[in-house]
Design a protein around this ligand. Structure first.
Ligand code: PGA
Length: 253
């Protein structure tokens, strides 16, 4: 049985005051006995505050990015060991905004997975196709390339220690959610790709859907057999809505 997960990606939003109010509210709403994992991904500078606030809670804290190098002369970067040091347990790797605006390619993303795993962080590997790629019927080719880059560099066992998030680029922040069937088709493809290397690991790996997940569509998406939860952007900035999405994941099994 795969434990559902809901991850809140705050992106470059928030302030000390806003985050404090959001997390206080969220802690009251997300019940510790719900059979799910919940994590919030705050901007780097707010991570220590988030870790402190959530110390005694069931909600984990993660970063939105990490450097592929372990330490040294890399001005402006943050190492995996530093994230671990301040109490982060998770890290997003290869988000489409990193791929698009900061030119992160599959090789760099595979290296980031290596350092995150070596440090004991749980990566959420983000994959997804653009609208142009979908319309050209290249969705599976793009997803295969993104997954294979990590399979090739890290091997199938890496997928027993990471989570995959399928986020179609055309659905991120657009209000245009993939239909449950569209999400399921790609999730099934991803699971099959990993199962092709190791059936056991493929069966166990958790696959989250991301892209305009809201309280109103979460239950339908999470009802699909290969959708194990969600990576939530905009809706994670509202405690009530994010908690409702978590409740939908908790009701999954
Ligand atoms: P969204 O973002 O929920 O605002 O579409 C999802 C993400 O980019 O992780």
């Amino acid at each position: 049985m795969r434990r559902p997960m809901v991850a809140g990606n705050w992106k470059m939003h928030g302030s000390r005051a806003a985050n404090s109010a959001l997390l206080t509210d969220l802690e009251l709403r997300v019940k510790a006995d719900w059979p799910i994992d919940v994590a919030v991904f705050a901007p780097f500078v707010y991570l220590p505050d988030a870790v402190r606030m959530l110390t005694d809670s069931s909600i984990a804290v993660g970063a939105q990015n990490v450097c592929a190098e372990t330490s040294g002369a890399f001005t402006g970067e943050v190492a995996a060991a530093m994230l671990k040091d301040i109490g982060c347990s998770h890290v997003l790797i290869g988000h489409s905004e990193r791929r698009a605006w900061y030119h992160e390619d599959d090789a760099l993303i595979a290296r980031k997975i290596i350092v995150a795993l070596a440090t004991g962080l749980t990566p959420i590997l983000c994959v997804g196709e653009t609208l142009q790629e979908r319309e050209a019927e290249k969705t599976e080719a793009v997803i295969a390339r993104q997954i294979d880059a990590v399979l090739k560099t890290n091997g199938a066992p890496a997928f027993s220690r990471l989570i995959v998030a399928y986020e179609p680029v055309w659905a991120i922040g657009t209000g245009r959610t993939a239909t449950p069937d569209q999400a399921q088709a790609v999730h099934q493809f991803i699971r099959g790709r990993i199962s092709g290397q190791d059936a056991n690991i493929g069966g166990q790996v958790r696959l989250l859907y991301g892209g305009s997940v809201k309280a109103g569509n979460a239950a339908d998406l999470f009802s699909m057999p290969d959708v194990d939860g969600g990576l939530v952007g905009g809706a994670s900035l509202n405690a009530e809505e994010f908690a409702d999405i978590c409740a939908a994941a908790a009701a999954r099994h």
